[in-house]
Unconditional design. Structure first.
Lengths: 377, 534, 306
């Protein structure tokens, strides 16, 4: 009861001060984890303290501005020192800061309580997408996938109407179970990214070659959206994060099918594909992975991003083309896709590049060729 | 001895300003150099501001409307760099050049030729930096904080030019600071003891020390980048045993003091203007000096508050949180002292005073959001969102920039001998005041709602605030073009100004005629007690 | 106020306008843009063109020469009064401080890497998870002789680490330390000689100092050749090579500058410049030399011995 009155009082104060600060869409999200709620409460506490300081300080200032003006006949006083006052306004702010520091420390310590996790997921940033790897107890990869922006280009360039989840939608959600402690191991493949899900109250930089730990216990099923929050190059604004928290049983079922399909995928590595199959798969992969730089029509953006159409590489020896795509071009934006795509995908995208945009080399690339190249290294 | 020299030098040299272009190229005079700095910074401000308008235009609506994301990043980066290194810092150095010799009773700066060098490096350095925008592969696109490896392995070739431009700017700042320190410590008129120095002089002395301490560290950081890029060293590459985060530690060891470099001289300016128009002596002069010194000291041990999300160990997070929060104490002392100076004064509200009061209010708002950012767990939610953008524009635009504008209105009668038009000045103030708040206040909300910074396009829920913010930016930008008009009008046809242009003005500079003579005090003046710390 | 339009140089000498600074600024730009173009050409695989940077360098050298000559001439004409000389002293002092901070950045990098990054990458300390998960094969040692990713950064076969105090007799850096420390003493003797107005001794001790500086540099080059050709310790051999070469390299660069500056003072001394009370050029050179020496002691301790 007392608390409520206090809250109402401070609430009104804040409302008066900032006019709009209480409306939900203007403020930090409360979120769906214990941590995020603690962070929210902490945020509101500091915010109210700051508003209160502002109100006091500005009231005195404006009182003086209105009362002590020459036009009102004010005559300047001559005081210019007061040790007592100076001491007071050194000590009081210090005390206020201590009051702020105590809950801040508590929340921070709670956040650093890693360990005791139920599962581990590696989160890896790429220019400009996220890869999620589900790890078993020994940190081995069970299965993994990429999560790419799903908003069509036509919405971005204003040629079609924008949907509600504009820029906040991906082709494959990161799925996690509710009520379990999920630990995220955040790292990066190229530059620094940052993985942020506001509703979980967590954000951490993804640093290449380094690793950060994060964790969350989500209490409500739902879809939670966030964005990359560290400038990572051209498409920094276009690498959203979508996490789907699922009831435990549902999650376990999904997890099981994923593991099975991973086995199937491994088996397809030894298959031989036809030209048409490769072209169909290749076009999809090209559209997801390559067209952001080399453009959907294969013309690229010379001189930065070379064209694939009539490219000497795409018309040259197949294995050179394959290994360029596998290993990337160091020191350029052309990444080593060998780490991101599997043999089937690599074979099909290269095959596609060699037979699209007016290129027509006439050879064929099979998963086995990719595997041979890998083994050759 | 000196008589002889004096005589034979008299014949072959004119002591007034030389005529024509060469006056500005070759000058060793602190006023000429101050003027050069001020105009240069104004030009940079317009260029950097034009880039801000490009940003705000693109962000007016969701979707990509005008520019490509790649170019957007170049605009953000260059806007930040130009405003920080091209507009705000040179403006303060320009003011230092104009004012410090007059305020301490010296004939000129201590090392006049080096003074000229410090200035002339800047136009060359900035031409280099801006020219990168037209190079193949584009200009710097990695943010003004240029985090590795985006700025090394993944950077456009032009980054090499950028690195050398930063080296040159650093050299210019270091020489400028050495000059200021030597002038203040060595050329004060007899009787001007340290604790009688005007606040602007004090704040600049401490700022100069900050500059000398941190600009070389920035030079070190860009040098490591240069070697990582061209000689395959591995400072910022974990594969070779380095760490990208190390770049951030080194950068922010420079970067945090840097932001105080942009605010301490502002504190000094405001500490002159408020007493003048309150017609009352500055309250708590001694504690003001100590507060500035404490802020400067603390600024060296808080840098990692920009890095709360990089994943430091807990002890580090706590240390940097506490030390950052502490800065509120000395800064609070300053704010309270200004208000105590106004209290029971006899105030009038000419344009400089309006800007100064707006400074106190809006800077405090920016400072309070700074305190919120300092709270580590909360910063996880604020970091790299528009909440941060709102914070630093509140301390930089109505903070640093307003203080510079206030200083120009306050001292322009002394510089030109002409008075500006008071009603135009007031109009400029109100336009700026409204513009700045309309631009940056809504950014607090878009930030809290989750809009990341440095993005060219955003989700639909941020649309309203961005639209307001863009409108504000155009109002604010227009009012600064209007400022240019007011200035030109003043220089061309302002009413003649008195030596002591303001009723309440104190300080040695007001004992000189308006406009001040070409060489300020050729004979050291006598420091009278009523003229100390204005 | 007609009197204030004249300069009274008796209180402070304010030089007339001059062409040096703006040309120096221009020369610097010529130099660095030339260098940047050259480096970019090299990076992109074409053979770089030095011409512009050389022209820039010559230009800068010429302007600096004229500028300093002018200052020396003005001083000889008695125009520099005591106050200006004090400004020079302040200026040089704080310039050296800024140099200290430049080295501090590199020492800071060294300490940070040694105490945090390398242990973390090796699976130790607060963030040992990094090494455990990402770099399982990497062992934390200092000097780092096996890099986390040896494909990208060649492993140095050996490091420059000290072989232990007992074996310093065959340890080049130890001799370098002795040489530099000695040179600090010899330049001090040169200072004493000035104070005693003994020009012969001054010239002698300056010459000895320059000689020691050159010996130091030769030994340093010898050590680099050894590092590159025998130890496999290079700029691209990971963080140990990076910190080692940048710290010692920038120090070596400063020794080169210092030796040159002292050499100039030597020439000036032979031309009869400097008196007991008027030898700022010499004194600033000697402060600079002492500073370079102190940096070396730091290097010897933190880069070589510890
Ligand atoms: C002039 C420049 C300036 C100034 C003065 C400040 C002042 C402060 N800043 Fe700010 N800051 C920037 C410029 C500046 N900042 C910039 C440019 C960035 C972004 C860089 C980038 O990433 O691009 C930034 C970012 C930034 C961050 C990082 C945010 C993030 O990226 O996540 C933090 C975090 O702690 C911070 C904190 C502070 C604090 C605590 C102060 C304090 O000094 C404020 C102190 C003032 C007050 C508190 C108000 C007056 C005091 C009172 C009335 C007394 C009573 C008050 C209390 C008891 C609370 N700043
Ligand atoms: C130092 C001071 C400073 C100043 C004064 C300003 C002034 C302004 N800034 Fe900014 N800003 C920074 C420092 C500053 N800024 C920094 C450090 C960053 C971070 C960069 C980064 O993320 O790396 C930043 C980033 C930044 C962003 C975020 C960009 C992003 O994250 O993508 C935005 C967006 O609104 C913005 C807007 C503005 C606006 C509207 C102004 C206005 O106040 C500008 C008003 C002035 C004008 C509009 C000029 C008017 C002139 C004309 C209209 C005429 C043009 C004519 C000619 C050129 C001849 N700034
Ligand atoms: Cu990834 Cu920003
Ligand atoms: Cu800071």
């Amino acid at each position: 009861m007392k608390n409520q009155i206090l809250r109402m009082l401070t609430g009104t104060l804040a409302f008066l001060a900032s006019g709009v600060a209480l409306a939900d869409e203007l403020n930090m999200r409360v979120g769906v984890t214990d941590i995020s709620r603690q962070v929210y409460d902490l945020h509101m506490t500091i915010f109210y303290i700051c508003v209160a300081i502002g109100v006091v300080v500005f009231s005195v200032l404006f009182w003086s501005v209105f009362q002590h003006r020459k036009s009102k006949g004010a005559v300047a006083a001559t005081f210019h020192d007061s040790t007592k006052l100076e001491l007071a306004w050194t000590i009081v702010p210090t005390l206020i800061l201590i009051v702020m520091a105590i809950p801040a420390t508590q929340v921070l310590v709670a956040m650093y309580d890693t360990g005791g996790e139920d599962m581990n997921i590696e989160v890896r940033g790429y220019q400009w997408k996220w890869q999620y790897k589900y790890l078993d107890e020994d940190y081995n990869n069970s299965f993994s996938f990429f999560s790419n922006l799903a908003t069509p280009k036509s919405q971005i360039v204003n040629r079609s109407a924008k949907t509600d989840t504009y820029l906040l939608e991906v082709d494959e959600h990161l799925r996690i179970p509710i009520n379990r402690k999920v630990r995220f191991l955040v790292t990066s493949e190229d530059v620094i990214h940052a993985w942020w899900v506001p509703d979980f109250g967590i954000k951490r930089d993804a640093v290449p070659g380094m690793l950060n730990e994060l964790w969350a216990i989500v209490e409500e099923p739902g879809i939670y959206r966030g964005q990359c929050t560290e400038l990572c190059g051209k498409d920094h604004g276009f690498m959203p994060i979508v996490v789907e928290a699922m009831p435990e049983a549902e999650f376990d079922a999904w997890y099981a099918t994923k593991v099975t399909s991973e086995v199937v995928r491994q088996e397809s590595m030894s298959k031989t594909f036809t030209h048409d199959e490769l072209m169909v798969q290749g076009e999809v992969i090209y559209g997801t992975y390559c067209s952001s730089c080399h453009m959907a029509n294969g013309e690229g953006v010379p001189p930065v991003f070379p064209a694939i159409a009539k490219s000497p590489v795409a018309l040259g020896p197949r294995d050179d083309h394959l290994s360029l795509v596998i290993n990337g071009v160091s020191g350029s934006a052309m990444q080593a896709f060998g780490k991101q795509l599997d043999a089937v995908q690599l074979a099909s995208v290269v095959h596609y590049q060699r037979h699209a945009f007016g290129n027509d080399v006439g050879d064929i690339s099979q998963p086995q060729d990719v595997i041979n190249l890998f083994n050759g290294q | 001895m000196s008589e002889v020299i004096h005589a034979d030098h008299h014949d072959d040299h004119a002591h007034g300003p030389a005529k024509g272009m060469l006056r500005w190229l070759y000058t060793t005079n602190h006023k000429d150099i101050g003027t050069l700095y001020l105009w240069f910074s104004f030009a940079m401000f317009l260029i950097g501001g034009a880039m801000a308008l490009v940003i705000r235009t693109e962000l007016f609506q969701p979707g990509l409307q005008f520019i490509e994301p790649e170019f957007f990043n170049q605009m953000t980066t260059n806007h930040g760099l130009i405003m920080v290194f091209g507009a705000i810092m040179p403006a303060f150095v320009g003011l230092a050049n104009w004012l410090i010799p007059m305020q301490v009773g010296a004939p000129d700066m201590a090392l006049p030729r080096m003074n000229n060098l410090s200035f002339w490096i800047l136009p060359f350095a900035f031409s280099m930096m801006i020219s990168t925008l037209f190079m193949e592969g584009g200009g710097p696109n990695f943010g003004w904080t240029f985090y590795a490896p985006l700025s090394t392995t993944y950077a456009p070739d032009s980054v090499t030019y950028f690195i050398f431009a930063v080296h040159l700017m650093g050299a210019s700042s270091i020489m400028g600071s050495i000059n200021i320190i030597a002038t203040i410590l060595n050329m004060r008129a007899p009787g001007m003891t340290l604790m009688k120095m005007p606040m602007f002089v004090w704040t600049w002395l401490i700022t100069a020390y900050l500059l000398i301490a941190v600009m070389p560290v920035l030079a070190g950081a860009v040098t490591m980048m240069l070697f990582d890029i061209h000689f395959n060293t591995s400072f910022f590459n974990a594969a070779g045993g380095g760490d990208p985060v190390m770049f951030q530690h080194i950068f922010w060891f420079f970067g945090h003091p840097e932001v105080y470099i942009m605010i301490l001289p502002a504190f000094g300016i405001v500490s002159h203007i408020i007493p003048t128009f309150a017609r009352k002596q500055l309250f708590g002069y001694t504690s003001m000096v100590y507060a500035v010194a404490s802020i400067a000291f603390l600024s060296f041990i808080v840098w990692a508050h920009h890095m709360f999300t990089v994943g430091m160990p807990l002890a580090g997070q706590l240390f940097f949180m506490y030390s950052t929060m502490l800065i509120a104490v000395p800064t609070g002392v300053k704010v309270f002292n200004w208000i105590a100076t106004m209290w029971r004064g006899s105030m009038t509200f000419e344009t400089p005073m309006l800007f100064a009061i707006a400074f106190v209010v809006l800077f405090t708002i920016g400072g309070l959001s700074g305190i919120m950012l300092a709270i580590t767990p909360a910063d996880y939610q604020y970091h790299d969102t528009y909440f941060v953008v709102a914070h630093f524009h509140y301390v930089l635009v109505p903070g640093a920039l307003f203080s510079i504008i206030a200083a120009v209105y306050f001292w322009i009668p002394k510089w030109t001998g002409k008075m500006y038009d008071e009603s135009l000045g007031k109009l400029h103030f109100w336009l700026s005041f409204v513009g700045v708040n309309v631009t940056f206040f809504p950014q607090h909300f878009s930030g809290l709602a989750g809009m990341p910074r440095r993005i060219p396009d955003y989700a639909l829920q941020f649309a309203d605030f961005n639209m307001i913010s863009s409108v504000g930016a155009f109002i604010f930008g227009f009012s600064q073009v209007f400022f240019l008009y007011v200035l030109i009008k003043t220089i061309r046809s302002g009413a003649p100004a008195k030596a002591r242009s303001w009723e309440g003005a104190k300080g040695l500079e007001w004992t000189l005629p308006s406009p001040a003579p070409y060489h300020s005090f050729t004979y050291p003046p006598e420091v009278k007690s009523e003229e100390v710390h204005g | 106020m007609s009197s204030s339009s004249e300069v009274d140089n008796s209180t402070y000498y304010v030089p007339e306008q001059g062409w040096y600074p703006v040309f120096l600024a221009f020369g610097l730009m010529l130099l660095v843009t030339g260098l940047a173009g050259f480096l970019n050409d090299m990076k992109n695989g074409s053979s770089g063109d030095w011409t512009q940077s050389i022209i820039g360098f010559l230009f800068v050298s010429f302007v600096l020469y004229s500028w300093f000559a002018k200052v020396v001439e003005e001083n000889a004409a008695g125009m520099n009064n005591a106050a200006l000389k004090k400004s020079y002293v302040w200026g040089m002092g704080w310039f050296i401080f800024s140099e200290v901070m430049f080295f501090a950045a590199f020492f800071g990098a060294l300490f940070y890497v040694r105490s945090f990054v390398v242990p973390w990458l090796g699976g130790e300390g607060d963030k040992g998870i990094i090494g455990d998960y990402l770099w399982p094969a990497f062992e934390s040692t200092w000097p780092v002789v096996a890099n986390p990713n040896a494909d990208l950064f060649v492993n140095p076969g050996e490091s420059m680490a000290s072989p232990g105090m007992m074996n310093w007799g065959a340890y080049l850096p130890f001799y370098n330390t002795v040489i530099l420390l000695t040179s600090s003493v010899t330049i001090h003797f040169a200072h004493d000689a000035i104070k005693a107005e003994n020009r012969k001794k001054l010239i002698g001790w300056l010459a000895v100092t320059v000689f020691l500086g050159i010996i130091f540099l030769i030994l340093q080059v010898e050590e680099y050749i050894h590092a590159y050709s025998e130890l496999g310790l290079t700029l691209d051999s990971g963080i140990y090579g990076s910190t080692f070469f940048l710290l010692t390299g920038f120090h070596g660069f400063h020794v080169t500058m210092g030796t040159f500056i002292i050499f100039v003072q030597l020439i000036r001394a032979m031309k009869g410049h400097f008196t007991a009370n008027d030898c700022f050029g010499f004194e600033s050179a000697s402060w600079y030399w002492h500073f370079v020496d102190v940096v070396w002691v730091g290097l010897f301790i933190f880069v070589y011995v510890l």
